[in-house]
Design a protein around this ligand. Structure first.
Ligand code: IMP
Ligand code: MG
Length: 171
Protein backbone atom coordinates (compact mmCIF):
# COMPACT_ATOMS: atom_id res chain seq x y z
CA UNK A 1 0.00 0.00 0.00
CA UNK A 2 1.25 3.50 -0.90
CA UNK A 3 0.95 6.53 1.38
CA UNK A 4 1.33 10.06 0.03
CA UNK A 5 1.01 13.35 1.93
CA UNK A 6 -2.19 15.30 1.34
CA UNK A 7 -2.03 17.87 4.18
CA UNK A 8 1.11 18.67 6.16
CA UNK A 9 1.27 19.55 9.86
CA UNK A 10 1.67 23.21 8.94
CA UNK A 11 -1.41 23.19 6.70
CA UNK A 12 -3.44 21.40 9.37
CA UNK A 13 -2.36 23.76 12.16
CA UNK A 14 -3.15 26.84 10.08
CA UNK A 15 -6.58 25.64 8.99
CA UNK A 16 -7.64 24.41 12.46
CA UNK A 17 -6.59 27.76 13.97
CA UNK A 18 -8.73 29.60 11.41
CA UNK A 19 -11.69 27.35 12.15
CA UNK A 20 -11.36 27.90 15.90
CA UNK A 21 -11.32 31.65 15.41
CA UNK A 22 -14.38 31.59 13.13
CA UNK A 23 -16.36 29.26 15.42
CA UNK A 24 -15.50 31.37 18.48
CA UNK A 25 -16.77 34.50 16.73
CA UNK A 26 -19.98 32.76 15.59
CA UNK A 27 -20.84 31.02 18.87
CA UNK A 28 -19.76 33.72 21.35
CA UNK A 29 -22.38 34.44 24.01
CA UNK A 30 -23.84 30.90 24.03
CA UNK A 31 -23.32 27.88 26.24
CA UNK A 32 -21.35 25.63 23.92
CA UNK A 33 -20.64 21.91 24.05
CA UNK A 34 -18.07 20.48 21.65
CA UNK A 35 -19.29 16.96 20.97
CA UNK A 36 -16.43 14.84 19.68
CA UNK A 37 -17.36 11.85 17.53
CA UNK A 38 -15.09 8.99 18.66
CA UNK A 39 -12.61 7.87 17.76
CA UNK A 40 -11.36 9.62 14.63
CA UNK A 41 -12.21 13.20 15.64
CA UNK A 42 -10.26 13.14 18.93
CA UNK A 43 -7.15 14.70 17.39
CA UNK A 44 -9.03 17.41 15.49
CA UNK A 45 -11.34 18.16 18.41
CA UNK A 46 -8.60 18.66 21.00
CA UNK A 47 -6.75 20.98 18.59
CA UNK A 48 -9.95 22.82 17.68
CA UNK A 49 -11.10 23.55 21.25
CA UNK A 50 -7.60 24.74 22.14
CA UNK A 51 -7.78 27.21 19.25
CA UNK A 52 -11.12 28.58 20.49
CA UNK A 53 -11.26 31.72 22.60
CA UNK A 54 -14.68 31.07 24.19
CA UNK A 55 -15.64 28.73 27.06
CA UNK A 56 -16.54 25.32 25.76
CA UNK A 57 -17.59 22.10 27.49
CA UNK A 58 -16.59 18.77 25.96
CA UNK A 59 -18.45 15.53 25.52
CA UNK A 60 -18.11 12.40 23.43
CA UNK A 61 -20.33 10.17 21.34
CA UNK A 62 -19.38 6.95 19.60
CA UNK A 63 -21.23 5.38 16.74
CA UNK A 64 -20.68 2.11 14.92
CA UNK A 65 -17.76 2.25 12.51
CA UNK A 66 -16.83 0.75 9.16
CA UNK A 67 -15.24 -2.25 10.81
CA UNK A 68 -12.26 -3.16 8.67
CA UNK A 69 -13.81 -2.00 5.44
CA UNK A 70 -13.03 1.05 3.34
CA UNK A 71 -16.73 1.40 2.55
CA UNK A 72 -19.66 2.03 4.88
CA UNK A 73 -22.17 -0.66 5.72
CA UNK A 74 -24.77 2.11 5.80
CA UNK A 75 -26.00 1.02 9.24
CA UNK A 76 -25.30 3.47 12.08
CA UNK A 77 -25.86 2.64 15.75
CA UNK A 78 -24.88 4.59 18.88
CA UNK A 79 -22.23 2.76 20.92
CA UNK A 80 -21.58 5.48 23.53
CA UNK A 81 -24.03 8.20 24.50
CA UNK A 82 -23.00 11.71 25.57
CA UNK A 83 -23.20 12.38 29.33
CA UNK A 84 -23.93 16.13 29.46
CA UNK A 85 -27.39 17.65 29.45
CA UNK A 86 -27.83 19.15 25.98
CA UNK A 87 -31.05 21.04 26.74
CA UNK A 88 -30.80 24.68 25.72
CA UNK A 89 -27.13 24.32 24.75
CA UNK A 90 -25.40 25.06 21.48
CA UNK A 91 -23.88 21.75 20.49
CA UNK A 92 -21.01 21.72 18.02
CA UNK A 93 -20.65 18.21 16.61
CA UNK A 94 -16.98 17.67 15.77
CA UNK A 95 -16.26 14.98 13.18
CA UNK A 96 -13.10 13.83 11.41
CA UNK A 97 -14.54 13.31 7.95
CA UNK A 98 -17.91 13.24 6.20
CA UNK A 99 -18.21 10.65 3.45
CA UNK A 100 -21.68 9.22 2.68
CA UNK A 101 -23.23 11.62 5.22
CA UNK A 102 -25.03 8.78 7.01
CA UNK A 103 -23.09 9.08 10.30
CA UNK A 104 -23.50 12.83 10.60
CA UNK A 105 -27.18 12.71 9.74
CA UNK A 106 -27.68 10.14 12.49
CA UNK A 107 -25.67 12.06 15.11
CA UNK A 108 -27.32 15.37 14.13
CA UNK A 109 -30.87 13.99 14.50
CA UNK A 110 -29.97 12.29 17.77
CA UNK A 111 -28.56 15.48 19.33
CA UNK A 112 -31.55 17.52 18.16
CA UNK A 113 -33.80 14.96 19.87
CA UNK A 114 -31.89 15.56 23.13
CA UNK A 115 -33.19 19.14 23.20
CA UNK A 116 -30.18 21.17 22.04
CA UNK A 117 -31.08 24.80 21.31
CA UNK A 118 -28.88 24.76 18.24
CA UNK A 119 -26.81 22.06 16.58
CA UNK A 120 -23.77 23.07 14.51
CA UNK A 121 -21.35 20.77 12.76
CA UNK A 122 -17.61 21.02 12.19
CA UNK A 123 -15.71 18.46 10.16
CA UNK A 124 -12.00 18.40 9.52
CA UNK A 125 -12.41 16.79 6.09
CA UNK A 126 -15.34 16.56 3.69
CA UNK A 127 -15.86 14.37 0.63
CA UNK A 128 -18.90 16.12 -0.89
CA UNK A 129 -18.90 13.88 -3.99
CA UNK A 130 -19.30 10.74 -1.86
CA UNK A 131 -22.68 11.61 -0.33
CA UNK A 132 -25.44 9.01 -0.23
CA UNK A 133 -27.67 11.37 1.76
CA UNK A 134 -27.51 15.18 1.62
CA UNK A 135 -25.56 16.71 4.49
CA UNK A 136 -24.00 20.14 4.72
CA UNK A 137 -21.53 20.89 7.53
CA UNK A 138 -21.34 24.43 8.94
CA UNK A 139 -17.55 24.33 9.19
CA UNK A 140 -15.26 22.35 6.88
CA UNK A 141 -11.48 22.16 7.23
CA UNK A 142 -10.72 20.86 3.76
CA UNK A 143 -12.90 19.44 0.96
CA UNK A 144 -11.27 16.49 -0.77
CA UNK A 145 -11.93 14.07 -3.62
CA UNK A 146 -13.51 10.70 -2.77
CA UNK A 147 -10.27 8.95 -1.84
CA UNK A 148 -9.28 7.05 1.30
CA UNK A 149 -7.23 9.10 3.74
CA UNK A 150 -5.41 8.26 6.97
CA UNK A 151 -3.62 10.06 9.78
CA UNK A 152 -4.53 12.89 12.20
CA UNK A 153 -7.05 10.51 13.78
CA UNK A 154 -8.23 8.80 10.60
CA UNK A 155 -7.66 5.07 10.53
CA UNK A 156 -7.72 2.08 8.28
CA UNK A 157 -8.62 -0.97 10.39
CA UNK A 158 -7.53 0.96 13.56
CA UNK A 159 -4.08 1.63 12.11
CA UNK A 160 -2.43 4.96 11.16
CA UNK A 161 -4.42 7.27 13.51
CA UNK A 162 -1.20 8.54 15.08
CA UNK A 163 0.38 9.72 11.83
CA UNK A 164 0.59 13.50 12.46
CA UNK A 165 -0.26 14.54 8.89
CA UNK A 166 -3.01 13.46 6.47
CA UNK A 167 -2.04 10.94 3.80
CA UNK A 168 -3.84 9.25 0.92
CA UNK A 169 -3.84 5.46 1.20
CA UNK A 170 -3.86 3.65 -2.12
CA UNK A 171 -3.16 0.04 -3.05
P1 IMP B 1 -20.10 8.42 6.54
O1 IMP B 1 -21.17 7.94 7.46
O2 IMP B 1 -20.06 7.57 5.29
O3 IMP B 1 -20.17 9.87 6.22
O4 IMP B 1 -18.76 8.07 7.22
C1 IMP B 1 -18.11 8.87 8.08
C2 IMP B 1 -17.11 8.07 8.89
O5 IMP B 1 -16.45 7.07 8.12
C3 IMP B 1 -16.02 8.98 9.36
O6 IMP B 1 -16.36 9.52 10.61
C4 IMP B 1 -14.81 8.09 9.40
O7 IMP B 1 -14.73 7.47 10.66
C5 IMP B 1 -15.06 7.06 8.34
N1 IMP B 1 -14.38 7.42 7.07
C6 IMP B 1 -14.93 7.91 5.94
N2 IMP B 1 -14.00 8.14 5.00
C7 IMP B 1 -12.82 7.82 5.56
C8 IMP B 1 -11.45 7.88 5.08
O8 IMP B 1 -11.14 8.27 3.95
N3 IMP B 1 -10.51 7.47 5.97
C9 IMP B 1 -10.80 7.04 7.21
N4 IMP B 1 -12.03 6.98 7.71
C10 IMP B 1 -13.05 7.36 6.88
MG1 MG C 1 -15.65 9.23 12.41
Amino acid sequence: MAQTTLFSRTQIDQRVAEMGKQISADLAGNEVIALCVLKGAVFFCTDLVRSMSIDVAMDFIQISSYGNQKYSSGVVTILKEPQLDMKGKHVLIVEDIIDSGLSMREVFNYIESRGAAKVKTATFLDKPKARKVPFHADYVGFSIEPQFVIGYGLDFAEKYRNIPEVQVLSD
